[in-house]
Design a protein around this ligand. Sequence first.
Ligand SMILES: [Zn+2]
Length: 564
Amino acid sequence: MHHKLIFAVVTAGIVAATFVHAQLPAANPIPEIAGLPSGARAAAASIDPEKIRAHVRFLSLDLLEGRGPGARGGELAAEYIATQFALDGVEPAGDNGTYFQYVPLVAVHTIEDKTKFSLVPATGQPVDLAYGTEIVSKDQTGQATADFDVPIVFVGYGIDAPEYNWNDYAGVDVKGKIALMIVNQPPSEDVKFFKGNALTYYGRWTYKYEEAARRGAVGVLLIHRTDLAAYGWEVVRNSQAVEKSYLQNDPSATLRAAAWIQHDVAQKLLTLGGLGDLDNAIDQAGKPGAFHAVELPVRLRAHIESRVRRYVSDNVVGRVPGVSADNQAVLYTAHYDHLGIDPNVKGDNIYNGAADNGTGCGILLELARAYAQSSVRPPHAVYFASVTAEEQGLLGSQYLGLHPPVPTAQMALDLNYDMLLPVGIPRSASLGNADRIDFWPTVQRVAKAFDLALLPDPNPRAGHAYRSDHFSLARTGIPAVSIGQGSLFEGHDEAWGKQQAQDYVKNHYHQPSDEYRADWDFRGNAKMARFGFVLGWLASEQPKSIEWLPGDEFEAARKASHAQ
Ligand SMILES: [Zn+2]
């Protein structure tokens, strides 16, 4: 950004700040909410849109170089957040009395021209696969080379879901072999069967890799079909063309080949294996009782070379003590990392990540300040974690879930903020997972007081529940909710809000143009922060632990954490 522009931006900020402060008592009342002490109400009211603006603006400067994890800009962002915590009186809650929790990561880049995959049928000639156009793969173990020649087992959707009486692995052993499977989950109109139209975690490719790794598979060939994946082969290819990070020594990421194969290649493989038409096989694999896993008379031979880089990035963790012990702690999360700099992009190649997730960080920092400076202390401790490597696959939060600041069972609730476009004052909210926990009636009550209509997920097929950091915590059992805004804003109709979101997704999301704008209106971010403040305070006040509703996919993990 040009310096003259920066000056103009700062000036505009000061003018807006003055205006908002003058308006504060009348324009930003915190509604009367039963159970919320007046001191907490005042603390929530102190949440200042212009402070959020200042954080977002700084974190998305070109100087921060796109906040790539393990890169200078990412470290600067982490230091900034830790410094703000310190200035505001938030206690350190990271490693060794610091604000930093060190997350050991390994980045893997497959060297395309040195890597070779072939299908080797029991009889006949091997078929070489073209890397990039037909197959892409990552060695999750972070070793420089891999060589194997092992059988391929077709396991349908690759799902073992006892609650749906479904096991694609029944009757076969994939240990030391390659598991061939279909992307997504069995089609369903019945909410009791793979949640009908909504995506369950079983449908996510991350689950499929994890399940096969648990069973000792050497690799996975995930069959791509555009309609089932909901994105084209180019998306798979592009995402594999860059390096991908993993937690070092992650027991759930042990595949030597975490691969995707293109639909027509999968058809070739099925033909070689005598299994006939692929689309027919996909149909069969989605019908209860119609599918049986089968080992093909075809092996996968591979020589894989990877460029490997080990590095450390930090989660930044702070704490505000409560009146009582930590046994019902509340956690706020927002990832600070973004995509860094792409040297291959011409022109502006800095991924500033202003909305994604400068906004979440600004909100988290304001929440931390408001809690730390509140005249009354919350009933239990409140933690603030700005996590790293979300864009690499929720890795910072995965590490936080494995190494929580207090035992998992003592965490009452996680509230996560990711990408809240500052375009106005929302009158609706979308709260991922909130209707799946027994805190839901309180959420509804508070939302009503804040004039926020609660909308069902507009696109349940997209699986938002699994796509930000709250998922990392939910899977350890912690009730975890993502606080998002809906598309209804004050002074506008629903169509306008949808248009804003669509424009952002199309023109700025994960692009260098996701930049701070001086005309952004942060009153909406402040409203969502106050809303989350009240939810967190009330969660801390609950007479008993918050639980997932019976039958929820995360209920078992919660129960297991309580049993420990
Ligand atoms: Zn993102």
